[in-house]
Design a protein around this ligand. Structure first.
Ligand code: SF4
Length: 347
């Protein structure tokens, strides 16, 4: 099918109603950027799932980072998008303004420069993300171990995709197809979704991030309604097996563990945690308390499960805006609430 045929098929589709979930923040942003919902038949609905790393980071994790940032001779190092994520009270950005030691970096390598200049300070790297960023943190750890660096540690909240999708399917998320995450699939390989596709008889389509790529993937998913199969529509960078060197590096330092997801609670096997033999580099990731709900009325949990559209949250656009986020889904440009707000989406 050429692109015009794909567009025509998606616009005229009159088969069974389909909810298709994307589980990647970059897909959420691309869907809005290319106006994809407006090109689909009213019988095809796109739903944003738990694909934005900071949106699913529990408040207890942010609280722990804040405690560390307020401790003498400690400095929390993070990428920018975690700064404004609310904990149970404040955010890193607020406590930084109040004098806590928090540094934003663009590359994890920056932390080594800081650590060398200030040997009396312990630098705690906030390691948040999915399978895509886990290899980066494995490389950081590799450098720490090889160079015997004593004052750089990690506080991890790393997540993995298959277990959370399994959780969604098993808990009645009303989804008939998944746009499988393109970046995650580069590392994991598309085969990682095959057991889930089979178990729930749901099609998965790995997609790129351009408008045409997403339309082709959605078309493939719609056509495969009810079929438990994985289709790779992003073969230029995704293979069935993924990046095995990156997978090996990750499993050298991390092992699967139960993990807390904001609003969704503990999900077995959905996280990555430092292996016991490297626990001296861990600032307490293993004993983080389960998430606590932070704002009365915040519906991030149901939004992340695909059970509620962002604009159906009573706080959306009234109390909760990108300038005054009440929940994590409004913080990052990849968050579903942010995307719906910024693009005035109402689909
Ligand atoms: S609009 Fe704000 S408060 Fe409501 S679910 Fe989204 S992030 Fe949470």
């Amino acid at each position: 099918m050429n692109l015009n045929d794909v567009k025509e098929f998606l616009a005229r589709y009159d088969g069974p109603e389909m909810n298709i979930m994307e589980v990647c923040g970059s897909h959420t942003a691309a869907i809005a950027k290319y106006g994809i919902p407006g090109l689909l038949s009213p019988k095809i609905h796109l739903i944003s799932g738990p694909g934005c790393p900071v949106c699913v980071t529990p408040s207890a994790y942010v609280d722990r980072l804040i405690d560390l940032a307020l401790t003498p001779h400690m400095c929390v190092v993070t990428f920018g998008d975690l700064m404004r994520v609310p904990g149970s009270g404040k955010s890193l950005s607020i406590v930084k303004g109040e004098g806590a030691r928090v540094e934003m970096v663009y590359s994890p390598a920056d932390v080594f420069e800081m650590a060398e200049k200030e040997p009396e300070t312990t630098f705690v790297f906030a390691a948040v993300g999915f399978e895509t960023t886990a290899p980066v943190y494995a490389l950081v750890l590799d450098q720490i171990v090889r160079n015997d660096i004593k004052n750089v540690k990690l506080l991890t909240a790393l997540k993995t995709m298959p277990a959370v999708i399994d959780h969604l399917c098993a808990n009645g998320a009303p989804i008939q197809g998944y746009i499988a995450p393109g970046h995650v699939s580069v590392v994991t390989g598309s085969n990682v979704f095959a057991p889930l596709a089979e178990k729930y008889s749901i099609p998965f389509g790995v997609s790129g991030f351009k408008g045409a790529e997403m339309l082709i993937a959605i078309c493939g998913i719609v056509k495969a309604y009810g079929c438990g199969k994985v289709m790779n529509f992003y073969p230029s960078v995704v293979t069935a097996e993924g990046n095995t060197a990156a997978q090996q590096m990750v499993s050298r330092y991390f092992e699967p563990a139960e993990a807390a997801w904001r609003g969704m609670g503990m999900i077995p096997g959905s996280g990555l945690i430092l292996r016991e033999e490297f626990s001296e580099f861990d600032m307490g990731s293993r004993d983080l308390a389960e998430d606590v709900k932070i704002n009365k009325g915040c519906c991030c949990d149901r939004v992340l499960m695909g059970k509620l559209r962002p604009y159906e949250c009573p706080l959306f656009g009234r109390v909760c805006t990108p300038l005054n986020p009440q929940g994590a889904c409004m913080v990052s440009t990849e968050g579903s609430c942010f995307s719906y707000f910024a693009n005035k989406r109402r689909d």
